[in-house]
Design a protein around this ligand. Structure first.
Ligand SMILES: [Zn+2]
Length: 240
């Protein structure tokens, strides 16, 4: 016998939000003549109630939008790697900027020392310039050290992306064959916030970063396919 929370057709219980009043949707089972029917329903009196089969089916469709399309694995690996390298690239740029600023400070102190030696600057002014310059350098160097620690974590992203994409490609099958607990875990990884379901479609407020990249790439591939295949009428459907 299943305990309430383990009813497989109610795996999404607690992961969904009511589209009307935004409370958490619960699930329950009611007995018909010959079989049990299961529903997701709102915990308030707002009246929202959906048959669980439809909700679950729509979720499997929604899930597909976040999974890399079969046959396009290479493209997805590139997308993930590029996104990562952009992030790393900005760290490298920042590092260059700090190094340049440190060089500037050192030059300024050098110039002041030259002026001091030429008797064009008195010792007190030189000291002020030197102390201020050194203070700036200390701050910049600590920022640089911080960046270097971040940079040490730079990964060879490609094999990791490959593994992730190959695993994700089969995630829908994996989801279907998972226990209720496994399903919930997967959902919480992909969609850290509760999803809103309105009887037909899902709205996902927050999505795992990799899944979000995949989603956008899927849209792009879809748009390309539609554009290639068809007349203006269908492509306008995609906003292109
Ligand atoms: Zn409600």
């Amino acid at each position: 016998m299943h305990t309430f929370s383990e009813i497989p057709t109610l795996a999404l219980r607690g992961c969904l939000k009511c589209p009307k009043c935004h409370r958490s949707l619960s699930g329950s089972s009611s007995k018909g003549k010959n079989k049990h029917f299961t529903y997701y329903h709102c915990t308030s009196a707002c009246g929202i109630r959906y048959r669980s089969e439809k909700v679950n089916e729509d979720f499997t469709i929604e899930l597909l939008a976040y999974l890399p399309r079969n046959g396009y694995e290479e493209i997805f690996i590139e997308t993930i790697s590029d996104a990562y390298h952009n992030q790393v690239g900005s760290i490298l740029d920042e590092r260059k900027a700090y190094s340049a600023q440190i060089r500037e400070c050192n030059k300024k102190i050098e110039r002041a020392r030259d002026l001091l030696l030429d008797n064009a600057l008195d010792a007190v002014d030189f000291r002020t310039i030197k102390v201020e310059g050194n203070e700036k350098i200390v701050i910049l160097e600590s920022k640089l050290a911080e960046l270097n620690t971040k940079n040490k974590a730079v990964l060879n992203i490609k094999p990791i992306a490959e593994r992730a994409i190959n695993n994700l490609t089969n995630l829908d099958l994996f989801y279907e064959n998972s226990s209720v607990e496994g399903k919930r875990y997967l959902i919480s990884c992909l969609f850290p916030e509760k999803m809103e379901y309105n009887g037909d479609r899902y709205r996902t407020p927050q999505v795992n970063e990799i899944a979000q990249h995949i989603y956008l790439k899927n849209k792009e591939l879809e748009a390309k396919k539609m554009g290639r295949k068809s007349s203006e009428k269908t492509s306008s459907h995609w906003g292109g």
